[in-house]
Write a protein that binds this ligand. Structure first.
Ligand SMILES: Nc1ncnc2c1ncn2[C@@H]1O[C@H](COP(=O)(O)OP(=O)(O)O)[C@@H](O)[C@H]1O
Ligand SMILES: [Mg+2]
Length: 500
């Protein structure tokens, strides 16, 4: 027994706290047999293996779905990630995609802007759908997987699902009109639109989907049901006055800045049984904000419709239950594209618990929210961070950390640590790439708990799946680099599964 105040002498004395011992995790192949020194860990061990604790070296595991469903650390299966560009945010989310897919969760990247996830989804044997002018489109009037599931389920449940599908179509048409007008639609126009869509649906033979030009034809013909909601009182001029603005906006979707991306048949439907889905919108130019926003909204609507359909089928006992994980990377781009978007993302994230859906949103800084047009939009965008179950921060300048600290509660040490990760790399003497000091370092915050700083070491496979420097390979090495890339991709999924 040591004396109460510890032993006298160099290195002796009293100690208030004992650091928890480092915990390592290994597979039974790596560490077979019984390890007698099992101990509780200071770091969470449930979920996708993310990296090592920066100070103790202990393995840290986590993802919003596992922390919500199994570990009960968080009350909402969502993750919000912030950090300067190039520090490895998308790479870490790619790792979550791979880990979650291994547990049977279906990753959905509904609007990949760069693309950051297409290679991973392809390697997982998932489905890639390209959208852009001339590259492929989504028919926004197509009830998609929900419509098909409604027919398959039948009865009262099928009718309810069909009504929900109708609401979803109405919503996405209204959203696109908001984008081309750059202001929201008013109520009475929404009722006209809803009546016209109802009429159209009844007229369309089952198994086929109407197209936007069909909707325009309904407005031109003016069936009684549509006339009734315009209060035309039998006067054709009053009817035209009521529907003309709507008509014009729909023409704007057909021929205006959105091209015909949303007006023809859906080029590739989301496969309800895919292991992962990526809707690649990277061919749409960065300056093309309206089309970007519209494509994202159409992709979410279609993707979340697929999720709803999957759950409805599982409820009816027709398919096994599946969970989903959606990713919204480069969030600032759609946020800035149109004012209605914040509302849509807001609605999406409030629903995710009921939809059996985990989600990750990634952006650079809180300033992305400040740049939005209205106070209510700004408040909603900040709400994303407040409501996220899990907040992950890569390097950010001190001032921004202070600001973030007011929302998620950060200690001085945490602020100092993360700020130090935002310093630029040194000048490499030897022509090689110098790594930014914060690359692969993240602080994970959950509620009021102390943050967990981690260091992510990526494997060669991951490096090839997500190499943002691909276009900077010197020409004399390009062929070799491309061949290596293809080899890595097939290595992950030797059975092929090339759905592109
Ligand atoms: N933990 C890591 N270790 C080494 N390199 C990494 C790590 N994470 C990412 N990288 C590399 O850094 C580059 C930028 O990563 P990326 O995930 O695109 O950053 P962000 O999404 O934060 O902008 C990529 O080329 C990637 O391969
Ligand atoms: Mg990124």
């Amino acid at each position: 027994m040591p004396p109460a105040r510890g032993w006298h002498g160099p290195g002796g004395g009293q100690i208030g706290n004992l650091d928890p011992p480092t915990m390592w995790r290994a597979t039974t192949v790596q560490a077979c047999g019984l390890w007698p020194f099992a101990a509780g860990s200071g770091a969470p061990m449930t979920g996708v293996p993310l990296g090592q604790h920066l100070f103790t070296g202990a393995t840290v595991c986590g993802d919003p779905l596992s922390w919500f469903t199994r570990a009960h650390y968080i009350s909402n299966p969502s993750l919000f990630m912030l950090g300067m560009p190039g520090l490895g945010k998308s790479t870490l989310i790619n790792r979550m995609l791979i880990g979650l897919a291994a547990t049977g969760v279906v990753p959905l990247v509904l609007g990949d802007l760069k693309p950051d996830y297409a290679d991973t989804v392809r390697a997982l044997g998932g489905q890639i759908i390209s959208i852009g002018r001339g590259a492929g489109g989504i028919n926004i009037l197509d009830p998609g997987a929900m419509g098909a599931a409604a027919v398959r389920i039948g009865g009262e449940a099928g009718r309810l699902l069909a009504a929900e599908a109708h609401g979803r179509v109405l919503n996405v048409v209204a959203a696109l009109i908001t984008i081309v007008r750059n202001r929201p639609m008013d109520d009475h126009e929404q009722s006209v639109l809803s009546a016209a869509l109802h009429h159209l649906r009844e007229r369309t033979p089952p198994g086929t989907a109407p197209l936007l030009p069909d909707l325009l034809r309904v407005l031109t013909e003016g069936p009684d049901r549509v006339r009734a909601v315009t209060l035309d009182r039998g006067d054709d001029t009053r009817y035209r006055d009521a529907v003309d603005p709507l008509h014009r906006s729909l023409l704007g979707i057909l021929d205006g800045p959105l091209g015909d991306t949303f007006a023809s048949e859906t080029s590739t439907r989301i496969d309800l049984n895919a292991t992962a889905v990526c809707i690649d919108i990277s061919r749409i130019g960065e300056a093309d904000t309206q089309l970007t926003a519209a494509a994202m909204l159409a992709a979410w609507s279609d993707g979340l419709g697929t999720v709803a359909a999957s759950h409805a089928l599982a409820d009816a006992g027709l398919t096994p239950r599946r969970w989903f994980f959606t990713v919204l990377d480069e969030l600032w781009r759609p946020l800035r594209a149109a004012s209605g978007i914040v509302d849509r993302i807001d609605a999406l994230t409030r629903l995710n618990r009921t939809l059996g859906l985990g989600d990750a949103k990634i952006t650079h800084t809180l300033k992305d929210a400040e740049a939005l047009g209205t106070d209510s939009d700004r408040a909603k965008a900040r709400g994303f961070v407040e409501r996220a179950g899990m907040v992950v921060v890569a390097g950010l300048p001190r001032q921004e950390m202070e600001e973030l600290g007011r929302i998620v509660g950060l200690t001085r040490r945490e602020i100092a640590l993360v700020s130090s990760w935002s310093s630029p790399p040194g000048w490499a003497a030897h022509g090689d790439r110098e790594e930014p000091p914060g690359r692969g370092r993240f602080l994970i915050k959950v509620g009021g708990r102390p943050g967990i700083p981690i260091q992510v070491a990526i494997t060669d496979t991951e490096r090839h799946l997500h190499d943002t420097n691909k276009r900077w390979v010197p020409n004399d090495r390009a062929a070799e680099h491309a061949a290596e890339h293809m080899r890595r991709l097939t290595e992950v999924n030797p059975n092929g599964g090339w759905n592109a």
